[in-house]
Structures are given as C-alpha cells and as structure tokens.
Design a protein around this ligand. Sequence first.
Ligand code: Q0N
Length: 303
Amino acid sequence: MPLTHEEFAGLTHLGSGKVRELFAVGDDAVLLVASDRISAFDVVLPTEIPDKGAVLTGLSLWWFDQLGDLVPSHVISSSVDEYPAELAPYAEQLRGRSMLCRRLDMVQIECVARGYLTGSGLKDYRRSGTVSGHPLPAGLEDGSRLPNPIYTPSTKAPIGEHDENISRDDAAGRVGTELAAELERLTLQIFGRASDLAAERGILLADTKFEFGHDADGVLRLADEVLTPDSSRFWPADAWTPGGTQPSYDKQFIRDYLVSTGWDRNPPAPELPDDIVESTRARYVEAYERLTGISFKDYLSTA
Ligand code: Q0N
C-alpha cells in the first residue's frame, strides 16, 4: 500500500518532505515516517521501491547508535509496540519505517559536510574557487576528494527549491556564534567517523546533511534521518573516478533507465519496470547490510 499522509487521517500532520512525513504525537513528540517513494532528477517517481523506507529508517537508527557518544539523538523509540496508544491503529503501516522522536526546536540551518566535491559545492567552486568561504585548491574536478572534509552550512529551502550554501559568518549571524561553532564541530566530527567507517566497507560518503534541534531542557540533539542515501551521496568506492559524474550507490539503475527512455525530466516521470525496482531494492538492502553488518531481515524482525 502506498504511504501518504491521507493514510494517517487521525494524526496531526506537521509537514512533508519529498518522500517523508512528520506527525505530532501529543505535545512533546513527533513521528517521522519514511515512505517507499523515491525521487530521481529531483522528481518523485510514480513507482515505489518496496522496503526503501524501512532500509533508510534502519540505517538512521543504526547510525544514531554508533554516534551516541558524540551527540544525543532525538529518537525515543522505534519499536511500534512501545508507541503511544493513539498510534496503535497504524502499527502495521509504521513498523520498520518510523521513529518516535522528541519534539525539538529545530536549528534553522542545514549542517552539511563534504569530503568530495560535487553538486552545489562544485557549482560554487567553479564560480568562486570557494565553498561556504573555504578556499579550495585550483584544478579540482567533479568527484575530486577534498584535502580535508569541509563544513558548508546551507539555508533550509522550501520544497521544490534548492538549499543555498552560506558562509560560516552568515550561519553565525542566523544561529549565534556559539551554536554555529558547536554545529560545525559536531558536523565534522560525525562526518569523520561515518566516512571512515563507510570507506572501510567499500562506500564513499561524498557529502551529507544533518539537522539539529534543542530539546525542552536546552540539550542539542541530532535529528531527522542521518547518513542515509537520501540525506547523503553514497558512491561505490571501487568505481570512483574523479573528472565526471560518479555512479550513485543506490539510484544508478534508475537514472540509467530513465535516461534510456528519453524522458525530459519534467513531471510526470515514467513508471519503472519490475527488474529496475528489484535491482534498486537490492542495492538499498545491500547498503544497509554492508554498513551495519546486520541482515535486513533481522532488522525487520526487531522493529
Ligand atoms: C522537524 N524537519 C525536517 C517534513 C520535514 N524531532 C523533531 N522535532 C520537531 N521538528 C522536527 C523534528 C525532526 N526530525 C524536522 N522538520 C521538522 C524534516 N522533514 C521530515 C519529513 O517531513
């Protein structure tokens, strides 16, 4: 069954991403739900990838666990059987793909770390030689590894628009000097730990985006989903060749298929054939299993 917020008619809907939904649970909690929807070339496709929402949720939960000594997370529980009674009617739609989280006061910037140059970072570099005010060496190409990972905060753009990289001074102006410094420190520390671990498992973490917020006690917590292929660029390490677009760990079969159809990249996108759906599903499960060392079936059986 497809997942849209209409299926959770009894809950207070707080917001939607391209492929995720956020609901209020009482006054102090939220429910983050990851659908099986997928986007490519910035368009949500009409075909879902079975279990994608569960894979991304399972990965996020595993990372929150790995990072717990660096920063606390917003997660309260991901065991549907422990959720408040008002969620019981939706238990089977939520199992594996949802997280009950503390309701935070969200920091109003996106915290991005980049280990490799691509996307908006590459665009800014080509215009100015810098990204978020970091001067970079000359001669870098699409996919180049940066001398050191950099922190490139950005604005939170409304859906349909793109986040804009901002300087660290601009970030400090928006959130305050002290918090800006803490966000930078945490973002680079988390990114360093995660990219080392992923690289050991054959996956390059090109860049990633974190969101933070403060809880009712003023404690800064890591929020949203983290270090998933939707919030990050995952590249297969064995195919990395700077100087052009790198293959995507998760979406490359879909991109190649869509290009082969001659689709002009304007909505609506074409439906995906079954073999593309199945190979993409397998890639997501493979990413989960490679990174975590846990079988995806085992994850589902504990959710
Ligand atoms: C929150 N987002 C961005 C649309 C928005 N724990 C939290 N408490 C309060 N607000 C948020 C969180 C979290 N995480 C996060 N907006 C508000 C992410 N998307 C997710 C999907 O729906």
